[in-house]
Design a protein around this ligand. Structure first.
Ligand code: AMP
Length: 432
């Protein structure tokens, strides 16, 4: 009977070495940026009590439709994280570190979305949060970190939009008017949006349904409802971004998918990607979330960037390519001894990427493997080299004239015999 051939789950990705390597480099660059700004890394668990995420707001799709929730063997109601902010706030509430608490993170998040290119059910995020201060200079610092990071990796076509959702009281007045407005125009709204407007009218502004476009375009805007403190905070953010030379646009109808935001919110879009999946990062202030998780009244602000989408944007712009991390040196031996083990060890200890064949294959097969491996140099030990304490060095690729791709040089390449003690230095000089 044929064995079942399992496939990866829809919306998940199998990531192979060169792409995994590229991801790690991306995260390393991000880590460097946030570390310079004084952020420390936190590693929260990937699953929490479902209640932690429910605090993000029942009206948001992420909570109402997309949570990966399950009951474990002990009857606990758990959920895989759909994002990091709630976990970071739970962590803060539980451990009460000193404020301002400045942290960053990286890792997978899980949402049961409809998969398509750039939209996955497991995707990687990198992000940062600051808990314990409502100073808008922190909002500016966070946006500046994102901006610098995008520039570092070479992305040029990234746009920034910002808005202010005001303070709680501002929003309450606005929501009342917005709800009345939607009620008055119910006949022009899609059925789904009409339902959403009864739970959280703000989310209707997020609707991409063509049927809603007209009503949304004419809806009252939050900017007209901002109280003095929120308005001042927003002015400061705009001044700061201008001072730092970060281009932005104010988008009066920008709201974010989750319910907990207030005051500054922002989103980065990669304009080289399709509009439906071009959000490469976003964030904002959430001045009620820590309290909702039992951490007392503490303001917070943060962002999360989507690693998968950033890499798609890099592909679209032809920047931040994968780099060759294959072997530089291939060790070929035809002796029965331990030369291959020793030489590979010696080369790797000296800092080179060194590989070899296994399984006692013929010289010819090993040389073929050496050429296929992409290595620049073969170090060869036959019986005569083993006896005399020497190695043969063969260059597998000749240095190409600039602009051309190198190619295996086959039999035309030279082979030199050197003392084994001189091997590391010889390899170093050939590779440099
Ligand atoms: P959000 O909290 O929804 O704004 O997510 C922050 C960032 O994570 C977004 O700007 C995207 O870059 C990324 N992201 C969110 N959902 C997904 C997904 N399903 N697949 C890939 N990336 C995502």
């Amino acid at each position: 009977m044929a064995r079942a051939l399992f496939q990866s789950q829809s919306g998940t990705q199998d990531i192979f070495p060169s792409e995994a390597d590229r991801r790690r480099r991306l995260v390393d660059i991000f880590a460097e940026e946030v570390t310079k700004a004084g952020y420390g890394q936190v590693i929260p668990p990937m699953f929490e009590d479902v209640g932690v995420f429910q605090r993000l707001g029942e009206a948001s799709d992420v909570v109402s439709k997309e949570l990966y929730s399950f009951v474990d063997q002990g009857g606990r109601n758990l959920s895989l994280r759909p994002e990091f902010t709630a976990s970071v706030c739970r962590m803060f509430a539980q451990h009460r570190p000193l404020v301002p608490w400045k942290v960053w993170y990286t890792g997978p998040s899980f949402r049961q979305e409809r998969p398509q290119k750039g939209r996955y059910r497991q995707f990687d995020q990198i992000g940062a949060e600051v808990i314990g201060t409502d100073d808008p200079d922190v909002d500016i610092e966070l946006i500046a970190i994102c901006w610098r990071f995008y520039q570092q990796i070479g992305l040029k076509n990234v746009s920034l939009v910002i808005n202010s959702l005001g303070d709680f009281e501002d929003r309450a007045r606005y929501l009342e008017d917005l709800q009345s407005y939607f009620k008055a125009n119910a006949d022009q709204l899609s059925e789904q949006s009409l339902k959403t407007s009864e739970i959280n009218p703000l989310r209707v502004l997020d609707s991409k349904r063509p049927a809603d476009a007209d009503v949304i375009a004419k809806a009252p805007v939050l900017a007209d409802y901002l109280g003095e403190p929120a308005a001042m905070s927003f002015e400061r953010v705009k001044l700061g971004l201008t001072t730092l030379g970060i281009p932005f646009e104010v988008a009066p109808r920008l709201v974010r998918g989750l319910d907990y935001y207030g005051r500054t919110i922002f989103e980065f879009a990669a304009t080289s990607l399709d509009a439906a999946q071009n959000a490469v990062g976003g964030g904002g202030r959430y001045d009620g979330l820590v309290e909702a998780l039992g951490g007392g009244s503490q303001p917070g602000v943060g962002f999360a960037l989507g690693v998968d989408r950033i890499l798609l944007a890099c592909d679209a712009e032809g920047v931040f390519d994968a780099v060759d991390s294959g072997p530089q040196v291939w060790v070929v031996t035809t002796t029965q001894g331990t030369e291959a083990l020793e030489i590979v060890e010696e080369l790797q200890t000296a800092g080179f990427r060194a590989g070899r064949s296994f399984g006692g294959r013929s010289m010819k097969a090993q040389m073929k493997a050496a050429n296929r491996s992409g290595a620049d140099i073969a170090v060869i030990v036959g019986e005569s080299e083993a006896e005399s304490g020497s190695v043969s060095i063969r260059q597998l690729r000749t240095a190409p004239p600039s602009g051309e791709v190198s190619s295996p040089s086959g039999s035309a390449s030279q082979q030199t015999v050197i003392e084994r003690t001189a091997m590391v230095e010889k390899v170093r000089s050939l590779l440099s």
